[in-house]
Ligand binder design. Structure first.
Ligand SMILES: Nc1ncnc2c1ncn2[C@@H]1O[C@H](COP(=O)(O)OP(=O)(O)OP(=O)(O)O)[C@@H](O)[C@H]1O
Ligand SMILES: [Mg+2]
Length: 291
């Protein structure tokens, strides 16, 4: 079978800020083309620093970063930003034009694309974040959640192959969080965009992430699929993280009440399936009849 090529490859990365904080220590972080990978860590663990190193905003004192097989420091910025789209945590750091349309058009215009192509990209990008109706609105009148989606449209209009997002769900309400994660999932699964995101939210990751990197104090503590990462309680504890709530509930039912649940369900869907397996069929039928 042919190996899927690497989209992003950081090896042995060390980064220390000028005033002396060592933010990253010997970080190895690899993402293949088409993967959906999360950096999961508590505050101050180095997520934003690693993202900045991956996109070339910070230069590591030690180690290397390769993007799509090319050495990061040798890639011209213009080429790099067509390949990688970075979505900042705070949309205010990203949005600067007066209107939504101008802001989203800025990147494609800078590529000297013809007007009809710019127009097409703006429409498509706004549509993909469900923000077509915001097109003529003033940026400073938008709600925080709307600003986040528009900032993402601006990045998508550059048609990046790799999307890197710093806490894309922070500041969003629960419905907004889910909409954002579903949108990222769609971009990944339908358009093949490689998605890398930093987060400290554990509950939605098992549904969306192919792999998770857990960082703590600038080091990678663990990486792998959700089942592996969330199966290691001691490691999660050391990282200042917790299990998804649904897993905590089932874990406690198993441990304290002796409920014979197989494995550790990580999503509501899995938990429902496991619990339903334990309920006698007649009871389920009766309940449905009563409704
Ligand atoms: N510009 C800076 N100068 C000095 N130290 C910094 C700077 N930015 C971050 N740090 C330090 O580097 C470490 C990692 O910070 P970083 O912002 O990468 O963490 P994070 O995981 O993104 O945290 P959060 O979840 O709060 O966003 C922290 O100890 C932080 O105080
Ligand atoms: Mg951060």
């Amino acid at each position: 079978m042919k190996e899927v090529p690497m989209a992003v490859e950081a090896s042995g990365v060390c980064f220390t800020y000028q005033e002396g904080t060592q933010a990253l220590t010997e970080v190895d972080f690899r993402v293949r083309v088409g993967e959906f990978v999360a950096m999961l860590a508590s505050n101050g663990s180095g997520k934003t620093t690693l993202i900045k190193v991956l996109v070339g905003l910070l230069k590591p004192q030690k180690g290397q970063v390769r993007i799509a097989g090319h050495e990061l420091c040798g890639t011209p910025p213009r080429e790099l930003y067509q390949r990688i789209g970075l979505v900042f945590q705070n949309p205010n750091d990203q949005l600067f034009a007066a209107t939504v349309e101008e802001d989203v058009a800025f990147g494609p215009r800078n590529l000297d694309l013809p007007d009809p192509e710019v127009e097409r990209r703006v429409s498509e990008a706004l549509e993909s974040v469900a923000a077509s109706d915001l097109r003529h609105r003033a940026i400073h009148h938008l709600s925080f959640g709307e600003q986040k989606r528009v900032a993402m449209a601006g990045v998508l209009a550059m048609k990046p192959a790799i999307l890197i997002l710093d806490e894309p769900t922070s500041g969003l309400d629960p419905a907004g969080e889910e909409t954002m994660m579903r949108l990222l999932n769609r971009l990944n699964r339908q358009q093949g965009i490689t998605v890398i995101l930093a987060t400290h939210l554990v509950d939605m990751l098992p549904l969306f992430a192919d792999r998770i990197y857990v960082l703590n104090r600038g080091r990678v503590l663990s990486h792998g699929p959700a089942e592996k990462v969330f199966g290691d309680y001691d490691m999660l504890d050391r990282a200042g993280l917790r299990l998804p709530y649904i897993s905590t509930l089932l874990h406690e039912m198993k441990r304290y009440d002796g409920v014979p649940i197989n494995g550790l369900p990580l999503t509501v869907g899995e938990a429902r399936k496991r619990l339903m397996e334990l309920i006698p069929e007649e009871l389920i039928v009766k309940r449905i009849e009563r409704i």
